[in-house]
Design a protein around this ligand. Structure first.
Ligand code: NAD
Length: 256
């Protein structure tokens, strides 16, 4: 359904970004993968995805903590029809102890990068007459947790940016929305399970249900495939009038 569309997904050599890129490729879009590394395995990931789905996939190195590299990514991609701002990092500390460089990095990567990529991508979308911007926010774009000041501020910020871009593009065939995932089973999260099992003296299922998914009423992780499917939905004709809003994929977290 997305044949001929060009997608750029920031922070897409692992986790949610990779899952989103795969679902876009499965739906027929050509894809640009991105992260800040430039390893053989990054380029291999692109080659494998191209072979699996029969679409064009490129890997472009760009550090999303740097505004000029964010803009250069869109330029090197040759513009894009679908922009998914996904790159993100986390740091957990009380605000009095929060390292300034961590605050700056989280605001730069989780929030400012989207300002730069959107500014760079919109002229091409306006010219081609079609565009979809999807920002990967978080349940922490709508609610807070202690010790995550930078992350919660950046994610609330991206929800605000989403609304503003939607208003500025409202009369164009362009939409801008944010997806707010709860806890998603990524390799990063998977890797925490053995430690948590040891710390709490619990089995895998118990530690997932009682410790990790304490705030997620479904007691199930969301999956990267589900997030990819939500992005593909936002790119579909059914979603043409959905703009400036958030879609929660959080097993009921924000209903609590
Ligand atoms: P992840 O660590 O697996 O993926 C993060 C991606 O961003 C990686 O590809 C990484 O290489 C890339 N990245 C990091 N710094 C970068 C930089 N400076 N420049 C370019 N790329 C960079 O984590 P994830 O869980 O897949 O997270 C992806 C997004 O989803 C983040 O924005 C995160 O806040 C959000 N999110 C994750 C969860 C979850 O439970 N995993 C929940 C809600 C929201």
């Amino acid at each position: 359904a997305l044949g001929g569309k060009r997608a750029v997904v920031t922070g897409s050599n692992s986790g949610i970004g990779l899952g989103v890129a795969r679902e876009l490729a499965r739906a027929g879009a050509d894809v640009v993968l991105n992260s800040f590394t430039d390893r053989d395995e990054d380029h291999q990931l692109a080659a494998d995805m191209a072979a699996e789905f029969g679409v064009t996939v490129r890997y472009i190195k760009a550090d999303m903590s740097k505004g000029d590299e964010c803009r250069a990514l869109i330029e090197q991609a040759g513009g894009c029809d679908i922009l998914v701002n996904n790159a993100g990092i986390q740091h957990v500390a009380a605000i009095e102890d929060f390292p300034v460089e961590k605050w700056d990095a989280i605001i730069a990567i989780n929030l400012s990068s989207a300002f730069h990529t959107i500014a760079a991508a919109l002229p091409g979308m306006r010219a081609s007459g079609w565009g979809r911007v999807v920002n990967i926010a978080s349940a922490h774009g709508l609610t807070a947790s202690p010790f995550k000041s930078a992350y919660v501020a950046a994610k609330h910020g991206i929800v605000g940016l989403t609304k503003t871009v939607a208003l500025e593009t409202a009369e164009a065939p362009i939409t801008c929305n944010a997806i707010c995932p709860g806890y998603v089973l990524t390799p990063l999260v998977e890797a925490q399970i053995p430690d948590q099992m040891k710390t709490h003296g619990m089995g895998r299922d118990e530690v997932i249900r009682k410790v990790m998914l304490e705030r997620q009423p479904s007691r199930e992780f969301a999956t990267v495939e589900q997030l990819g499917g939500t992005v593909v939905f936002l790119c579909s004709a059914a979603a043409e009038q959905i703009t400036g809003t958030t879609i929660s994929v959080d097993g009921g977290w924000t209903a609590l």
